[in-house]
Design a protein around this ligand. Structure first.
Ligand code: ADP
Length: 369
């Protein structure tokens, strides 16, 4: 094959598109991105087409320009259009039907639990079958992310009277885990190491991510099984990021995303094959690579702390530390908590990597000016 004759289209031009495009470029492929903003992160490394991935006309035109299409963002809001346009649907990984199912957290849970994957008990709101004690968790079916759209309910009068929500048993979480699963067009798969996510409870955001997760071997094996079985429930090729809870009852499925994910950014430096290279290989029909971990590591997100044109502080102080690798997405504006980049820290063990990560975090800031 000649990769230069193969054009990969990415719907959206954010950081996931940028990192995917870098992997595609490494293998020699042409990359096009479709995004409404004039200079999104991926435009630094891909041919950028200005247009809206939520506008069926723009997507149809874009699909004529590439051999295959993948996703930067799954909430494109026109999944039913993608599903109804055979020409578009044929080119898209994952399939639009899968996007439609995963978009709704209640439906995704139903699908994985029908495939015998353990989940917290869940039901419609108001409940039809289950009886829940307080506290109970009420969640938005669509559109929630980073903890928005999740509410812990302690009494009857705290319920949000909204049919677009569902209920879930409150479980005692020991650790929050995640794993990336890659499935190719023939159904071959690889499962990435299990990562441990440590949250900042005040801000409700990921504080740092540790690989490998500090869990017993049998829990790790169980988590890999849950991740694989969840991803396989949807019957589509693609990259699937599966978030899980480790509780007294074992490992439970929490949610799934049908694309490369923040919890897999560490794979760029710490695994033989990154999640981004893997989606490229799946898209063009090349064999999957090994997901094996090369080194323990920690990943931290670089979140905006100011507003305006971004200004990065402290890079000089951390770039000379062995094992520290910085990614700056190149967004033209910063605002508080916006994901502006991430840093991966490799070390001989996770404890040393966590120490280094804390230092790095205290030095590197993204301000606005
Ligand atoms: P989001 O996609 O918005 O981050 P999640 O479903 O991951 O939503 O929930 C956000 C956080 O809320 C989780 O990381 C977890 O800490 C907590 N949480 C979610 N579901 C439950 C549950 N059933 N029991 C206890 N805590 C939960």
């Amino acid at each position: 094959m000649n990769p230069r004759e193969f054009r990969i289209g990415i719907l959206g031009g954010g950081q996931l598109a940028k990192m995917t495009a870098i992997s595609a470029r490494k293998l020699g492929f042409e990359v096009l991105t479709l995004d409404p903003s004039p200079e999104p992160p991926a435009s630094q490394v891909a041919k950028h087409i200005m247009g809206d991935f939520r506008n069926p006309k723009d997507v149809r035109k874009f699909s004529y320009m590439c051999e295959v299409m993948i996703l930067d963002i799954e909430n494109v809001s026109v999944e039913d259009f993608y599903a109804s346009e055979e020409y578009v649907a044929k080119k898209l990984i994952p399939s639009p039907e899968v996007m439609l199912k995963i978009k709704d957290k209640f439906i995704q849970k139903k699908i994985v639990s029908e495939n015998n994957v353990p989940t917290p008990r869940f039901d419609n709101f108001p409940p039809l079958k289950e009886r829940f004690d307080f506290p109970v968790v009420q969640k938005l079916r669509t559109g929630g992310y980073d903890g928005r759209g999740v509410k812990i309910i302690n009494s009857e009068r705290e319920f949000i009277l909204d049919k677009g929500t569902y209920l879930e048993e409150f479980v005692n979480i020991k650790k929050e885990l995640a794993s990336i699963v890659a499935i190719d067009r023939r159904g071959s798969y690889v499962v990435y190491p299990v990562v441990e996510m440590v949250f900042d409870r005040k801000a409700n955001i990921l504080d740092y991510l540790v690989v490998p997760a500090r869990i017993p071997k049998d829990v790790e094996e169980e988590a890999k099984k849950v991740a694989l079985r969840s991803a396989q429930s949807f019957g589509s090729p693609g990259i699937f990021a599966v978030e899980m809870f480790w509780c007294d009852d074992g490992v439970l499925f929490n949610e799934i995303a049908p694309r490369p994910h923040n919890s897999g950014h560490y794979t760029i430096e710490a695994c033989y094959t990154s999640q981004f290279e893997q989606i490229v290989r799946i898209a063009v029909g090349l064999p999957l690579g090994s997901p094996e971990l090369i080194s323990p590591c920690v990943m931290i997100n670089l979140l905006g702390e100011g507003e305006g044109t971004p200004y990065y502080e402290g890079l000089e102080e951390v770039l000379s530390i062995p094992g520290v690798s910085i990614h700056i997405y190149g967004k033209s504006r910063v605002f508080p908590f916006r994901k502006m980049g991430h840093i991966t820290i490799l070390d001989k063990d996770v404890e040393s990597a966590i120490e280094k990560a804390k230092f790095v975090k205290s030095k590197v800031k993204v301000k606005g000016k």
